[in-house]
Design a protein around this ligand. Structure first.
Ligand SMILES: C[S@@+](CC[C@H](N)C(=O)[O-])C[C@H]1O[C@@H](n2cnc3c(N)ncnc32)[C@H](O)[C@@H]1O
Length: 417
């Protein structure tokens, strides 16, 4: 477990039914809620009776969305993932709870580029994210990317004509060094002839450690999984330093078509931009194994979280494999933000004979904890764990404090109650 489990821990996990957990959070204490509830496909939702299925699903969701509405701050926003089974019902439900005037978007998210090949009919390749403001007049959501760049700053072009520039992959901010951010001080392997970069050695590669111009040790801006995920966006080159030539690693920073202005986010998000269910499985596999069937890619969550201020309190009441907490840690590591994320999942048992069960993860909460612990280890930011039950007498009275210290000393593993 990473040392930083203090009051500013980036991640908090609470095992319990989200309705019980939401009741313990202060009104207006959360800026961003991302919810990815069971989709009511007949497999993953307890109510299988097709007749009353929509009603039963809505009956599960209504009190939870009302509780989410209560905990959101005036600047807050809600993003909910949903597929065609319940999209129409959810839209009406959220119009009722949040008010139609606070509807911001129904984003089409292309998470399965190949399309679903099973069964009859269309090869469905998308689902949705519904976006609502707690109050559209005061909401802090910025639906544009932060790229305010000058075209002239992108002097290089790729074979396909797209312009880009090289940015040091090393974090040039002196605040970040191996002492403050140990998980981002690690060796990369690169070949300055081919430009190839990898997190593990390959023939012809040399080891590259991040250093400041004066030779002191520095840290990278990207975590190993991010480098692994985006091999085409990193390049190894020889640069002339104060002490002669040295090998370094750079990010290929692309010019967006309308560079120079802020870029508004479209309402169709492609898997090339945000990742897919397949890349999400690979990300999870890299950290804890193939232990969850349909995680979301961190690219989707990074895009969602980045629409809100970098000091946001984020809540994921249906955390599953913990993608939201992972994305929050990656963003904080990349931009120095102070976001905090509360992930909630019930102790739903994993399937008998499943990879998760074979790996000793008896409940989905065990999966969430395992991933967030691995994130704290690899990306940083710490993890605080809680468990509550529906019985108010055994509820942890300190729960409303987000990112509460464990009562332990820095470096001690979090206490699981
Ligand atoms: C679709 S999955 C979420 C996947 C997640 N976004 C990810 O990337 O891994 C929904 C999760 O909600 C959890 N869940 C369902 N009902 C719940 C409840 N009432 N309270 C807490 N968690 C619940 C399930 O155990 C499941 O892990």
């Amino acid at each position: 477990m990473a040392a930083d489990t203090g009051p500013g821990a980036w991640n908090t996990f609470i095992e319990g039914d989200n309705l019980d957990v939401l009741a313990t959070l202060d009104a207006g204490s959360v800026d961003l809620v991302y919810a990815d509830p069971p989709y009511n496909t007949g497999n993953d939702f307890a109510y299988r009776d097709r007749f009353g299925a929509h009603e039963a699903w809505a009956a599960m969701m209504r009190p939870r969305m009302q509780a989410v509405h209560r905990v959101l701050a005036p600047r807050g926003a809600l993003f909910v993932s949903i597929d065609d089974n319940e999209a129409a019902h959810l839209r009406l439900l959220l119009d009722e709870v949040f008010g139609e005037e606070n509807f911001l978007a129904q984003v089409v998210v292309n998470l399965n580029a190949k399309g679903r090949q099973l069964g009859r009919g269309f090869a469905t390749s998308h689902e949705y994210v519904l976006v609502y403001a707690r109050d559209a007049r005061t909401c802090a959501l910025d639906a544009s990317s932060a790229d305010t760049v000058d075209e002239a700053d992108f002097p290089l072009s790729a074979d396909d004509g797209r312009r880009f520039r090289h940015l040091p992959l090393r974090n040039t901010n002196k605040k970040f060094n191996p002492l403050t951010t140990p998980t981002l001080h690690y060796p990369l392997y690169g070949d300055p002839d081919s430009g190839r970069v990898s997190v593990s050695p390959f023939p012809g590669s040399v080891e590259v450690l991040p250093v400041f111009g004066d030779g002191r040790p520095a840290v990278w801006r990207w975590s190993p999984p991010l480098v692994h995920e985006r091999p085409d966006d990193v390049v190894c080159r020889i640069v002339r330093g104060r002490a002669g030539n040295r090998v370094d690693v750079f990010q290929r920073d692309w010019l967006h078509r309308d560079g120079g202005r802020r870029k508004k986010l479209h309402t169709i998000w492609l898997s090339e931009e945000i990742g897919s269910t397949d890349t999400a499985v690979a990300e999870l596999k890299d950290l804890v194994g193939h232990v969850f069937e349909s995680p979301k890619p961190t690219g989707l969550l990074r895009r969602i979280v980045a629409t809100m201020p970098p000091d946001s309190v984020v809540l994921d009441p249906f955390a599953g494999s913990g993608t939201t907490g992972h994305a929050v840690a990656l963003l904080n590591a990349a931009d120095g933000g102070t976001r905090r994320c509360i992930s909630v999942n019930s102790a739903e048992p994993t399937r008998e004979g499943s990879n998760a069960r074979l790996a000793g993860l008896a409940t989905v909460a065990d999966i969430t904890r395992a991933r967030l612990a691995a994130v704290a280890e690899r990306v940083g930011g710490g993890l605080v764990n809680h468990r509550i039950s529906g019985d108010p007498d055994v509820r942890d009275p300190l729960l409303p404090v987000v990112g509460r210290r464990n009562g332990g000393k820095p470096g001690e593993p979090p206490v699981i109650r």
